[in-house]
Design a protein around this ligand. Sequence first.
Ligand code: NDP
Length: 446
Amino acid sequence: MTSSFVENLMASVIARNPQEPEFHQAVREVAESVEMVIAREPQLARSKVLDRLVEPERQIMFRVPWVDDRGEVQINRGFRIEFSSAIGPYKGGLRFHPSVYLGIIKFLGFEQIFKNALTTTPIGGGKGGSDFNPKGKSDDEVMRFCQSFMSELFRHIGPDTDVPAGDIGVGGREIGFMFGQYKRLTNTFTGVLTGKGLGWGGSLARTQATGYGLVYFVTRMLQDRGTDWKGKRVVVSGSGNVAIYAAQKAQQLGAKVIAVSDSNGYIVDEAGIKVETVQRIKEVERGRIREYADEHASAKYVEDWQGIWSIPCDIALPSATQNEIDEEAAEKLVANKCIAVGEGANMPSTPEAIKVFQDNGVSFGPAKAANAGGVATSALEMAQNSMRINWTFEEVDRRLKMIMDAVYDQCTSAAEAYGAKGDLVSGANIAGFLKVARAMMAQGVV
Ligand code: NDP
C-alpha cells in the first residue's frame, strides 16, 4: 500500500463531493492515518471498508420555511447526514450558523464516526443543521424556526435510529423547542435528542461535558510531559458552551485563563478571566464578548478574533470553529513557547498548523479525541433515559473522566502499535477506524 492509496481515494471523494473542501480535509487526514492499518490487514481493502465509510449511509436535505416577527416568510435549508450506524444509532449535533452547507455537515458527520467509536459507548456517526442564524432573532422566531425544522426532521430520527444534540448555535433553548415539536408530532416522550433540560430527561453535567472532558484529556497530555495545569497561562478561543466550561475546569485545576473570544474579537484579562461574567453575557444576555471589558478594568478588548493566538500562553484550547488556527497562528504559538494544544472545536487547526505543532514538540490533542466528552455524555444521557433514572452530577462526571482516560489510552496505544508513538492524531484515527471497521466486516456489505 503506498500513498497512491490515499490519492486514489481522494480523487474519488473529490469527484463525488465537489466543492466541499472541509469534507476533503477531514477524509484525507483519516485516510493518511489508516493507510498503514489497511496495508497490514488486506481484508479491509478487499471489502472496501474506507471507500464505504466515506459515503454517508443517508443524506437528507430539506426546506425549512418559517415566518419572522414582521410577518415575512423566510426560507432556510436543513440537513441531516446519517453517516454510519455500524456501532450504534446515528449520533451527532445540529449546527445553526449561516456558514452551514453540505460540506460542513459532511466533515462534521465523518469526524463524528471515529470520535463516537473512541468514546467506548455504542453510538454511530451523524450530524445535521441549517444555515439559519439564531443571532439577533427573537425567542419566538427561534421557536418557529425550530418547529419547522423538526416538522421534517422528525420522520428520520428516533431514540434507536438517530439521536441529534446541540452544536454551534444550538443550545438548551433550541433543543427544548425541537423536543416539544417532536413530542407533539409523534405523541411519544423519548430520548430522541440529548442536551435536554434537567427536569425533562436531560443529564446533569451534559452542559459542562465537552469543556470538562477536554481539560481531562489535556491533563493526560500534560502528565506525559511531567507537568499539570497549575500556574499555566491558558488561552481559550470562543465563548460558547465548550469554551466556557473548558475555562472553568482549567481554572479549577489551577490554571490562569487569560483570554476568550467570539466571532468579532477577543478579550485579554491578565488578572484571569471571570468565567461567571462570560457566562452571564453569553448564556443569559446573549451579548457580545466586548461587553466583558466594560465591567472589568483589567481587561482589554481587541476587535480581531484570530489575533487571540498571538497572546503568549502555555496551553491553547481552540474552542470556536473549524480552521481557526492556520500555519501562521501555529508558528506564533510555538514562538511564544506554547507546550500543549487541545482541540475543543471540531478541526480548528489546519493540516499545516498541526504539522507545525508536531514538528516543534507541542503536545497536540486532536478534536475527535479531545472533545469526545460531549457526545460521550450524550450517550450517558441516552442510557439514563432508557433506564428512566437520573445519575448525580458526581456520577456522570466520574464516568466522563473514565471515558476521557479510555479515549486517551486508546489513542496512545494505537499510535504506538502502528509505529507513531506520541502522535495522537494517528492514534485517534486508527483506534476509531479499527472499531468501526471490525463492526462493518462482521455485518457484511451493507
Ligand atoms: P456555541 O455556539 O456555544 O459557541 C461557539 C463560539 O465560537 C461562540 O463564541 C462563537 O462566537 C464562536 N464562533 C462560532 N463560529 C465562529 C466563526 N466562524 N468564527 C469565529 N468564532 C466563531 O458552540 P459550541 O461551544 O457548542 O461549539 C464550539 C465548537 O466545539 C464547534 O466546533 C463545535 O462543533 C465543537 N463541539 C461542540 C460540542 C458541544 O457539546 N457543544 C461537542 C464537540 C465539539 P459568536 O458568539 O460571535 O457566534
